[in-house]
Design a protein around this ligand. Structure first.
Ligand code: UGA
Length: 466
């Protein structure tokens, strides 16, 4: 199928590569000349495991252009994958509307197109976009024939290819059967799992072909917000329980294991930690509350999920304060800057908030990340952070080590060697990667999330132990 993709961010580029791998004829549009330059030179501008490899295989079949007029007229399907950044407490759909307007300006009047919005947009946007397109056609004095559909995306950064080839479901919200059929045809190889799996991405054992959920556009748009908000509040819930575990000497990892075995609850997204970040949950929960406010509808659960989440970042600073008495002049090593592993994305990353707070309290910060240093350096411009590519350098005469992102390379560190180099070997494990036992056996004073504060208090007050 001839597909035009408007926007080559995480979603757009991943979609382009995946659809090209499925032998669709893809043209991708982006106004960012720098990004297009990289793509033309064969370089993927995002850090996403496996994507460069797959891109190398299909890049000669994908056309990248800044020009909508080059991509749209001959396409059967147009996918809008532009950003919807937060603005005034809501999602800014300006780029989506602008893309739709430009598409309508270059469509052949006598052809049928399906335009599907993959960007996360507030309920009602699809129908609004359909009206914009009608207006453009009216101004052009043509009838035009574009069916607008919602096709929300559920891929996770760091697992984007996996989520695209082997999704849990595909959602299509449309008012007309034609659009549903076009999208069913596009995704047929995925819906029926008839494609040859790329060697780097074997089909997961036991994976079943995904259902296609067809519904109306408003419900599809709401469904995407509800999915992200539910996941965000699941994490906030376990973080709230973690806080109470600390007060009553329980271990949240044990609690999560026990409740996750209940098939109604499930084990995933129950890892207590420093809280969620990234470009989705913070923005989407805020945007959902924005829609609710406009509708004069209270959403206390969503509000609470956000409150708990942002409190969680502050808990790391409090734990350090408890352990070190004062942060002034203390040297703290930060493990992980990206908002999650396997990405260089630092948008709303808890690490950045924590670093800024610690510096405000007078601490000296050294920071490591396998891939996100460049982005973090830019975001923390003006903050005196020493970045290093060597984990060992974080610990030289340091007063505490804080694990913020659960990168795989932090999961098997030589804790003994690290602890030995430190002034006071505190490990604040913001992702509960280690057990208190193994960290303590290696010489660390271990402080996790939701794992009894008794130990923390005794370290704070009995310095003779150090
Ligand atoms: C999220 C959703 O998972 C995707 O389905 C959705 O398509 C995407 O947003 C989007 O709207 O574009 P993403 O933000 O890439 O994906 O990352 P997640 O894997 O969901 O993680 C979000 C945050 O939650 C991270 O900071 C992660 O560290 C944190 N998290 C996750 C926890 O703190 N605990 C957990 O148990 C799981």
């Amino acid at each position: 199928m001839k597909v035009a993709i408007i926007g080559t961010g995480y979603v757009g580029l991943t979609t382009a590569v995946v659809l090209a791998t499925l032998n669709h004829d893809v043209t991708a549009v982006d106004t960012d000349k720098g990004k297009l330059g990289l793509l033309h030179a064969g370089k993927v501008p995002i850090h996403e495991p496996g994507i460069q490899n797959l891109f190398d295989k299909v890049r000669h079949t994908i056309c990248f252009t800044p020009d909508v007029a080059e991509a749209v007229p001959e396409a059967e399907l147009i996918l809008i994958t532009v950003g919807t950044p937060l603005k005034n407490g809501g999602a800014n759909t300006r780029f989506v509307k602008q893309a739709a307007l430009e598409v309508a300006q270059v469509c052949h009047p006598d052809r049928h197109y399906t335009l599907a919005i993959k960007s996360t947009v507030p309920t009602g946007t699809n129908r609004h976009v359909a009206k914009i397109i009608e207006k453009v056609f009216a101004a052009r004095g043509v009838r035009g024939n574009v069916s607008v559909a919602s096709n929300p995306e559920f891929l996770q950064e760091g697992l984007a290819l996996q989520g695209s080839f082997y999704p849990d479901r595909i959602v299509v919200g449309a008012d007309c059967e034609e659009a549903v059929n076009t999208l069913r045809c596009l995704y047929q190889p995925i819906l029926e799992q008839t494609f040859d799996s790329p060697s780097s991405l074997p089909r997961p054992a036991g994976y079943q072909p995904p259902p296609m959920v067809t519904t109306d556009p408003n419900s599809a748009e709401m469904l995407k917000y509800a999915a992200n908000t539910f996941l965000a509040l699941k994490i906030s819930f376990i973080n709230e329980i973690a806080g109470l575990c600390e007060k009553v000497s329980a271990d949240v990892t044990e609690v999560a294991r026990g409740i996750g075995l209940d098939s109604r609850i499930g084990p995933r997204f129950l890892n207590a930690g420093v809280g969620w970040g990234g470009s989705c949950y913070p923005k989407d929960t805020a945007a959902l509350l924005g829609v609710a406010a406009q509708s004069e509808y209270a959403m206390p659960i969503t509000e609470a999920a956000r409150t708990v989440n942002f409190r969680q970042r502050g808990r790391i600073v409090e734990k350090l304060q408890d352990a070190l008495i004062t942060l002034k002049g203390k040297t703290i090593g930060i493990l992980g800057l990206a908002f999650k592993p396997n990405t260089d994305d630092i948008r709303e990353a808890p690490a950045l908030y924590i670093i800024r707070q610690l510096i405000k309290e007078g601490a000296n910060i050294r920071a490591h990340d396998p891939v996100a240093i460049q982005n973090a350096r830019h975001a923390l411009n003006g903050f005196p952070v020493v970045f290093t590519n060597n984990v060992c350098e974080l610990t030289h005469k340091a007063d505490a080590l804080v694990l913020i992102t659960d990168w795989e390379e932090y999961q098997n560190m030589d804790l003994k060697a690290l602890a030995k180099r430190m002034n006071t070997p505190f490990l604040i494990d913001g992702r509960n990667v280690y057990t208190p036992q193994e960290a303590e056996a290696a010489g660390f004073h271990y402080i996790g999330i939701g794992r009894s504060s008794d130990r923390v208090r005794s370290y704070a007050f009995d310095k003779s132990e150090l």
